[in-house]
Design a protein around this ligand. Structure first.
Ligand code: FAD
Length: 506
């Protein structure tokens, strides 16, 4: 009987006590103080997993100058809060699910809506209420490409899910490449090093299908074309699966919940520099500690830590942390840039003629309008969205009525452009993000997870793909890695062939 990797993983996650170290080697004392720089989902999940790994005695400080949540953020418009950054979570994102259970939060299911595709001039595809109609339309236009795409994404997901099993058993990896290889072998590295377009053409998908169906998905999820790397592309395509959800009350509640649960202290300050200091103990031995310098409302200060995690991207425009005195030097900014996405919320009425609909606007009922990669295309997507707390009796308004629309574009929208898209509006709000890496293939080598002996860096995982779950996976990986390296347990680091070895253990 075939049993899928997913079933094995879920089975594995249900088994407690797999990682018992009771019979393991004598462990040295845990670290006394750990710093985490950044309180997005990555930093707060790191604090949560560190508490699990190192126990209750370690003091964990999390530095954050802005709002807890980072790229998970909401904005008030028309009296309700709406997600402006990371908004949707895949049903198989097991860390995010686990956080919800642990924190007593609940899912806000994405209310059902229909999708349409706009080519810059007119709507070229509109989903029907009827599954059979959609199926036949897709079959007519693209043969079995659509079904095959679902199967292709499933096969990538099946391998991706192995990471949960490895982490459940306590295994960790020292680089993004090793992590990818452990999940999907050479096929994942190949996928990461070719464009999504190349990977899918090689698999026999048609160029038309790529232009008409795949590009709109990569545009809405990463603001980029089908020439993003194949791995990021597969993650983007999984983001078009059914059953996506969000957190009731706003996704950033997970971050504040994780901070609280980990009993970490939030220090509202911006870290400016991290350097190494030698300290002499009373016994005459020297130990090296990290000095974290920061600036907050009450001015400059610094503290010493045994271990430090940087949980914010070290790229131009994202942060300005400096690492003086390290040899070899640690750059403030690694090569590669982050892609700008502008989120514009508009509480107003859509102008159907912008979408090329001149007759019977009430008949247009799609809530998500994706766009093809047409030249001169101003927007990446246009979606009617629901508030983060759904009021009792609420139902999504029809596309032709007043509602809150979220527009993704690469540049801010001018008044003229807004006037073209909307007949009228009460209010608008704009948030500019350096949202996710600018993906290209062959993929740029990801920066290292280990910047120095006990100085770790979380965000390199985004160069494989950026998503809340990817930051959570990186957080667990680095908490495990820091634990194993602190206690000198190399047997759980960078192990080869884990998939085959663990299969025997289940
Ligand atoms: C518009 C948009 C849409 C998205 N959609 C989705 C989606 O639907 N689903 C999904 O899974 N993902 C989505 N993502 C991606 C997802 O939001 C990110 O991958 C994830 O939130 C990254 O979390 P992080 O903690 O790693 O980084 P961040 O959230 O960026 O956190 C880093 C934190 O570090 C802080 N910081 C920076 N410098 C310093 C310093 N010097 N000292 C102290 N703190 C510092 C920052 O203020 C920030 O709070 C989207 C992102 C955007 C922008």
């Amino acid at each position: 009987m075939m049993i899928s990797v997913r079933a094995l993983v879920l089975l594995g996650l249900c088994q407690v006590g797999r990682r018992s170290l009771a019979s393991g080697p004598e462990l040295r004392d845990p670290p006394k103080r750990i710093a985490v720089v950044g309180a997005g989902i990555g930093g707060t999940a790191t604090a949560y997993f560190l508490r699990q790994e190192f126990g209750s005695s370690v003091k964990i400080d999390v530095f954050e100058p802005g709002t807890v949540g980072g790229r998970l953020a909401t904005q008030n418009i028309g009296g309700y809060e709406y997600e402006t950054g990371g908004s949707l979570i895949h049903p198989l994102n097991l860390h995010m699910k686990h956080f919800l259970d642990k924190l007593g939060l609940s899912q806000r299911t994405n209310l059902p809506g229909k999708m349409a595709i706009f080519d810059g001039k007119e709507i070229v595809f509109e989903e029907s209420d009827w599954f059979v109609v959609n199926f036949l339309r897709m079959l007519w236009h693209y043969g079995f490409n659509f079904l095959r795409m679902q199967m292709w994404v499933e096969s990538v997901l099946d391998k991706f899910m192995r990471i949960y099993q490895y982490q459940q058993y306590g295994y960790s990896f020292t680089s993004v490449e090793k992590l990818l290889h452990a999940m999907g072998g050479d096929s994942f590295l190949t996928l990461a090093n070719q464009t999504l377009e190349e990977a899918m053409l090689e698999e026999g998908f048609s160029q038309n299908f790529l232009n008409d169906v795949v590009a709109p998905i990569t545009r809405v999820n990463y603001g980029q074309s089908v020439r993003i790397s194949g791995f990021a592309g597969a993650v983007a395509l999984a983001g078009a699966d059914s059953g996506l959800w969000a957190v009731d009350g706003g996704n950033k509640k997970v971050c504040s919940g994780l901070l609280y649960h980990s009993k970490a202290e939030l220090i509202q300050a911006r870290v400016t520099t991290i350097s190494v200091k030698q300290r002499q103990s009373k016994a005459g031995t020297t130990a090296s500690l990290y000095e974290v310098n920061y600036v907050g409302d009450s001015g400059n200060a610094h503290s010493l830590y045994d271990i430090v995690f940087v949980a914010t991207p070290l790229h131009q425009g994202k942060s300005d942390l400096a690492f003086p005195g390290f040899s070899p030097p640690i750059p403030s900014h690694f090569p590669g840039r982050y892609h700008q996405i502008v989120t514009t919320l508009v509480h107003g009425r859509l102008n159907m003629s912008y979408l090329g609909i001149s007759e019977n606007p009430d008949a247009f009922t799609a809530s998500d309008v994706l766009t093809t990669d047409a030249k001169g295309s101003v927007i990446n997507s246009l979606s009617s969205i629901d508030p983060v707390i759904i009021p009792p009796g609420y139902s999504s308004p029809p596309a032709s009525a007043d509602s809150v629309w979220k527009v993704f574009s690469s540049q801010p929208l001018s008044q003229e452009q807004l006037q073209g898209m909307f007949l009228s509006w009460d209010s608008t709000a704009e948030v500019k993000w350096l949202a996710y890496p600018h993906y290209s293939a062959p993929r740029r080598a990801a920066p290292p997870f280990i910047l120095h002996d006990r100085l770790y860096y979380l965000s390199p995982v985004e160069w494989a793909a950026s998503a809340m779950e990817m930051s959570a996976i990186s957080a667990r990986n680095l908490a495990l890695l820091a634990h194993h390296r602190w206690h000198s347990l190399p047997g759980r680091v960078d192990q080869e062939d884990l998939h085959t070895r663990l299969r025997g253990e289940l």
